[in-house]
Design a protein around this ligand. Structure first.
Ligand code: FAD
Length: 502
C-alpha cells in the first residue's frame, strides 16, 4: 500500500457540503493543503445532483411543515424564520464568490421562481390564514401575499385552476422572491474554482475505506475503484461529507460521539414533465400539506425546475423504502450499520413509528394511476403522457438515542464532531443543501474554534457581514443584505424589486 504525503484536510465526498467547506477553508487560509476524495467519476453524483433533489432554495416561504400549528390554532414561525436567515447566509457566500469575478456566472445555479403555498378545505384555509397573519408581520416575510380569490389564484397558478369544482374551498400565499437552485451546477462550479487554487486536489473514482487515529490527526485509507490500488493519506482534519454514507464512515472512526447513531434510509421518486406547452403555464414552486401520518419530507409540491438553462416541472416526492444509503449504494448498507450501540435506538424507532412504516408501504405499492391522482389534486387536467417517473436521491434520516423513548427518528441534519475537533460528519438531509453554508460555518466554529475567533475572524466578517441570528431580529439590516444578495445573484435588477424571470 502506498503511503502518500500528508495534507491538512481530507474531505470525503464531492457533494455540495464538501465542496462548500473546501472553498470556504481555502478562502480563509489560501495556504491550506486539502484533498477531496469522491468515489463516483464526477462531482454532485448523489443527492446534490439537480434531478436527485427538488432544487428549492429553502427559505421558509412556502414549506408548510416549517410552521407547525398547535392544538389551539396558533402557528409557530421560529423554524421558518431561522431557515430563511440561514438561506440569506448561503446567498452571502454565493454573492461573495460571484463578485470575485473568477467563480463564473450565478445564472447557471440560481433562478428566481415564486414560492407559493396552496391549501384545500376549511381547516387548511384557516391554517394558511393564521400562518400568513403571523409570518407577514416578520420582516423576512413582509412581501407575502394571501388570497382566497380564485381569479387571483388563476393568475398565480394558471396550470392548477382549470377543471376544479366551483365550490372547492382553496387558499394560497405567494412570495415573488423565491428561488430554484441547481445544487449540482453549484457544486461543480465550487469544485472547479477549488482546483484553480494551489495545494488542492479533487480525486474521482476513489473510495475512502477506512480511518485510523494518527497522533492528533487521522490516516485515511483510499481505494481506487477502477484498479483496486490502495493508498493512505495523513490529515490533521477529516470531513465526512459522504451524504447518506457518512454514517458508516463515522462508525469506522470509532469516535465516542458516533455511538448510538443509526440511519433510516428513505428513497424518493418524482413525476417529471418536459412538455414545453405544459411547462410554460407554471412558473412557481407550489407546496401543500403532507398527508396525515406521513413524514415531513413527503410534503407534495409542483415545481418549476431550471436545469442547464431548460425548464421542466417536477411533482412529488413519492417516498419509498430501500436499505441503500446512497442511490448508487449497496443493499447491505443498512444491515451493516447495525451495532451493539445503536440496535436499541433502531428497534425503538421501528416500534414507535408504525405510522411511517404504513405510509412507506402505501407509497411503495402505488400504481402510476394513483400517483397521477395525487398530481391531479394540484393539476386537475394532467395527462399521463406528459409525465414520467424518475428516481430521486436517498435521504438517510438520523436515528438517535433518547433517554425516554429509547430511540428517536430525526428529520433534520446533525453535525457530529470529535471532541478534539479533528473530525466531523454531517448526518441527515433536511433542509439540506440550501443551508449548507450555515452548517459549514458551524463546523468551522466547532472544529477550528481558535482560528475562527482569531486569524480568520476578519475574513469571515468580510464574507458574511450578517449572520442568521442578527438577521432574524434586525429588520433594516435584513432588508439591506437581502437586496445586496438579490442584486449580486442577478435575482432582481439593480434599482428594481421585481425578480428577473428567465
Ligand atoms: C428527494 C430529495 C429532495 C431534496 N430536495 C431539496 C431541496 O429542494 N432543497 C434543498 O436545499 N435540499 C434538498 N435536498 C437535500 C440535499 O439534496 C442534500 O442535503 C444535499 O445534496 C447533501 O449534500 P452532501 O454533499 O451532504 O451529499 P451528496 O450530494 O449525497 O454527496 C455525497 C458524496 O459522497 C460520495 N461518497 C459516499 N461515500 C464515499 C466514500 N466512502 N468515499 C468517497 N466518496 C464517497 C458520494 O458518491 C457522493 O458524491 C433533497 C434531498 C433529496 C434526497
Amino acid at each position: 500500500m502506498a503511503h502518500n504525503e500528508a495534507v491538512d484536510v481530507v474531505l470525503v465526498g464531492a457533494g455540495i457540503m464538501s465542496a462548500t467547506l473546501a472553498v470556504l477553508l481555502k478562502e480563509l487560509d489560501p495556504a491550506i493543503k486539502l484533498e477531496v476524495v469522491e468515489l463516483m467519476d464526477s462531482g454532485a453524483a448523489e443527492s446534490s445532483n439537480p434531478w436527485n433533489n427538488a432544487g428549492t432554495g429553502h427559505a421558509g416561504l412556502c414549506e408548510l411543515n416549517y410552521t407547525p400549528q398547535a392544538a389551539d390554532g396558533s402557528v409557530d414561525i421560529k423554524k421558518a424564520v431561522h431557515i430563511n436567515t440561514q438561506f440569506e447566509v448561503s446567498k452571502q457566500f454565493w454573492s461573495y464568490l460571484t463578485k470575485k469575478g473568477t467563480f463564473g456566472s450565478c445564472k447557471s445555479f440560481i433562478s428566481p421562481v415564486p414560492h407559493l403555498s396552496f391549501v384545500q378545505g376549511d381547516s387548511g384555509v384557516s391554517f394558511l390564514k393564521e400562518r400568513f397573519n403571523v409570518l407577514s408581520k416578520h420582516h423576512a416575510f413582509a412581501d407575502m401575499e394571501y388570497t382566497e380569490d380564485k381569479g387571483k389564484m388563476a393568475e398565480w397558478m394558471p396550470l392548477m385552476m382549470p377543471g376544479r369544482s366551483p365550490d372547492e374551498v382553496l387558499a394560497a400565499t405567494r412570495v415573488m422572491n423565491g428561488t430554484d437552485v441547481n445544487f449540482g451546477a453549484l457544486t461543480n462550479q465550487l469544485l472547479k474554482h477549488l482546483t484553480s487554487a494551489p495545494d488542492t486536489q479533487v480525486k474521482y473514482c476513489k473510495r475512502v475505506t477506512g480511518l485510523k487515529r494518527n497522533g492528533n490527526g487521522w490516516t485515511v485509507s483510499i481505494k481506487d475503484v477502477n484498479n483496486g490500488n490502495t493508498r493512505e493519506v495523513d490529515a490533521k482534519f477529516v470531513f465526512l461529507g459522504a451524504g447518506g454514507a457518512a454514517l458508516p464512515l463515522l462508525q469506522a472512526s470509532g469516535i465516542e460521539e458516533s455511538k448510538g447513531f443509526g440511519g433510516f434510509p428513505i428513497s424518493g421518486q418524482w413525476l417529471r414533465c418536459d412538455n414545453p406547452e405544459v411547462v410554460k403555464q407554471h412558473q412557481a414552486k407550489v407546496y401543500s400539506q403532507a398527508a396525515v401520518g406521513s413524514p415531513p419530507m413527503s410534503v407534495p409540491h409542483l415545481d418549476t425546475r431550471v436545469v442547464d438553462g431548460k425548464k421542466s416541472l417536477l411533482f412529488g416526492p413519492y417516498a419509498g423504502f430501500t436499505t441503500k444509503f446512497l442511490k448508487h449504494g449497496s443493499f447491505m448498507d443498512l444491515p451493516l450499520s447495525v451495532r451493539a450501540g445503536n440496535i436499541g435506538p433502531m428497534l425503538a424507532v421501528a416500534k414507535n413509528n408504525m405510522d411511517l412504516t404504513k405510509y412507506l408501504v402505501s407509497e411503495v405499492m402505488q400504481s402510476m394511476e394513483q400517483r397521477l391522482d395525487s398530481l391531479r389534486r394540484f393539476y386537475p387536467q394532467a395527462k399521463a403522457e406528459d409525465w414520467r417517473l424518475e428516481v430521486a436521491g436517498q435521504r438517510v434520516q438520523i436515528i438517535k438515542k433518547d433517554p425516554k423513548k429509547g430511540g428517536i427518528l430525526q428529520f433534520g441534519t446533525e453535525l457530529v464532531a470529535a471532541k478534539d475537533g479533528s473530525l466531523a460528519a454531517l448526518l441527515g438531509a433536511s433542509p439540506g443543501a440550501s443551508v449548507t453554508v450555515s452548517i459549514m460555518l458551524e463546523l468551522i466554529e466547532k472544529c477550528f474554534a481558535d482560528k475562527a475567533r482569531g486569524e480568520w475572524a476578519g475574513k469571515l466578517a468580510e464574507i458574511f457581514p450578517a449572520r442568521e441570528k442578527v438577521l432574524e431580529t434586525d429588520a433594516a439590516l435584513y432588508r439591506k443584505i437581502n437586496t445586496q444578495n438579490n442584486i449580486a445573484l442577478e435575482l432582481v435588477e439593480e434599482n428594481s424589486e421585481t425578480p428577473s424571470y428567465a
